[in-house]
Design a protein. Structure first.
Length: 192
C-alpha cells in the first residue's frame, strides 16, 4: 500500500509526494512528467535542462524554461552547435537562465555532438537503456532511486561519446521525466 500522506493534493487528486502545491509543478506532473518523449530535439532540450538542474530544484528550471528555450534557439541542436564566444557572453549576462559557465559550455558542446549524429540516433540511444528498467512501482518517495544500473550505463555511453553533465543521477532524472521509466507512486492518478 502506498503512503497516501504523500499523495493526496488539495484538489483531492492523488499525486506523487514531490509535487507539492505549486500550480506549475502540478501541471508539469499531470501533463509532462513520465510521459514518453521522443525526438532528438525534444530529448536534447530535456538533456540540457536536466544538466542545468544539477544542484538546483527542478521547479527553478521549470520556471526558467521559457527563457532557456528563447536564448538557446528552441534547443535546435544545429543552431546551438553554432554558438560562439559572443553567445556564451550573452548567456552569462542573462538573468532569466541559470548562469553557470560550465553548464552553458556543456550544452553547446553537447549540441555539437548531437548535430553530428544521424537523425533519430540520440532518441534511439537514450531509449535503448529502458529495457533494463524493470522493477515494481515505488510505493513511497523513499522507494524512488537516484540512480539505477540503466542510468549508470546511459551516463557511461554518453560520456564515451564526449557528452558532459550526464552523470547517472542526471540521466535517471531524464529517464523519469521523459517516460523511459514510470516512477509515479502507487496510488498516484498518473500511475499506469
Amino acid at each position: 500500500m502506498a503512503d497516501t500522506r504523500d499523495l493526496i493534493a488539495a484538489d483531492g487528486r492523488a499525486r506523487c509526494g514531490w509535487v507539492g502545491t505549486d500550480p506549475e509543478y502540478v501541471r508539469y506532473h499531470d501533463e509532462e512528467w513520465g510521459v514518453p518523449l521522443h525526438g532528438d530535439r525534444a530529448l536534447f532540450e530535456k538533456l540540457s535542462l536536466e544538466a542545468f538542474q544539477a544542484g538546483l530544484s527542478w521547479i527553478t528550471i521549470l520556471r526558467k524554461r521559457p527563457r532557456f528555450r528563447e536564448v538557446f534557439a528552441g534547443f535546435d541542436p544545429a543552431a546551438v552547435a553554432a554558438f560562439g564566444d559572443a553567445d556564451v557572453a550573452r548567456l552569462m549576462d542573462d538573468p532569466g537562465i541559470v548562469r553557470n559557465r560550465a553548464k552553458i559550455d556543456a550544452t553547446i558542446s553537447n549540441a555539437r555532438l548531437v548535430s553530428t549524429m544521424a537523425p533519430g540516433e540520440l532518441d534511439g540511444l537514450l531509449w535503448s537503456f529502458t529495457a533494463a528498467e524493470d522493477r515494481d512501482r515505488p510505493r513511497g518517495l523513499a522507494d524512488v532511486p537516484a540512480t539505477t544500473p540503466a542510468s549508470t550505463a546511459a551516463s557511461k555511453a554518453l560520456r564515451q561519446r564526449g557528452f558532459r553533465f550526464v552523470g547517472p543521477t542526471t540521466m535517471y532524472a531524464l529517464m523519469q521525466s521523459t517516460g523511459m521509466v514510470d516512477d509515479h507512486l502507487a496510488g498516484c492518478w498518473r500511475a499506469g
